[in-house]
Design a protein around this ligand. Structure first.
Ligand code: ZN
Length: 255
């Protein structure tokens, strides 16, 4: 075997290991755990209240189906939208707002902001806010960074702009789950009072558009029933955050 072929085989093998590593990381680990400090990812409360959040939309394929299920189950959720998608699908962003859900800011182009300058962060977030406000009339107070990657300085910058950084405490892993019953069982066995749950209404492992959210759509009625049977109430992010003020309790600090 020539040296050239050997090198190509070694590169392919290394690429394979890296791909497996990425898949393993995505399925079994939640990177948001690393960046939780100084953010809101759960509210310490005895009230059995939880919030459903949906990221990366709106999507013409999935957002309408998810909105239909939420309406049937009488659940108000929070949608962390990508500014570019809001501009592309304004009627869907409007529908989310008209049906009483909260809209949060997920940046304009779903760029990881870890190495952004202060001015770039300001532009990314403020322009997304402008687009969301122009189209839906809602002013967003909540920001969720793509992939949850943030430094301490970035968190400080975002807070100085008047935003609350909202992450999550329970990850549905819906972009790598191919069985909605598995997703439902995963959530039902782990959910706690004050949890913020992460779902997606758009995208796949590699893209923020399209993907297959059928499992997410199918999970909503089962979660609505299963969680209510366990005494949980679905509330808006605003209501969950007011629990914190009401009880004068603190956010969970350790993890
Ligand atoms: Zn995202």
């Amino acid at each position: 075997m020539s040296i050239g072929i050997m090198i190509i085989l070694k590169i392919l093998l290394a690429a394979g290991f890296i791909a497996l590593g990425v898949i393993f990381f995505c399925v079994f680990f939640d990177q948001a755990i690393l960046t939780r400090r100084g953010t809101i990812y759960r509210v310490q409360t005895n009230a059995k209240k939880i919030v459903l959040t949906f990221d990366d939309g709106p999507s013409p394929q999935w957002t309408p189906l998810i909105l239909d299920e939420l309406k049937k189950a009488n659940i108000k959720a929070t949608f962390f939208m990508i500014g570019h998608h809001v501009k592309k699908y304004p009627h869907l962003a409007k529908r989310v707002a008209e049906e009483g859900h909260t809209i949060g800011n997920h940046g304009y182009a779903h760029s990881v902001i870890l190495y952004y300058t202060s001015a770039e962060i300001e532009e990314e977030i403020k322009y997304t806010e402008y687009v969301i406000h122009q189209i839906t009339g809602q002013t967003t107070q909540y920001y969720r960074p793509p992939k949850a990657w943030m430094s301490k300085g970035i968190k400080k910058k975002i807070k100085s702009m008047g935003y609350q950084v909202i992450l999550w405490s329970l990850n549905s892993k819906d972009w790598v789950t191919f069985n909605h019953q598995y997703m439902v069982n995963h959530i039902l066995s782990r959910v706690k009072s004050g949890d913020i749950l992460l779902f997606h209404d758009s995208g796949s492992v590699l893209t923020t558009e399209g993907g297959d959210r059928l499992q997410t759509v199918a999970a909503i009625p089962l979660l609505a029933q299963g969680l209510r049977m366990r005494g949980f109430e679905f509330v808006s992010i605003e209501e969950l955050l007011s629990e914190k003020n009401k009880n004068n309790s603190v956010f969970t600090k350790t993890y």
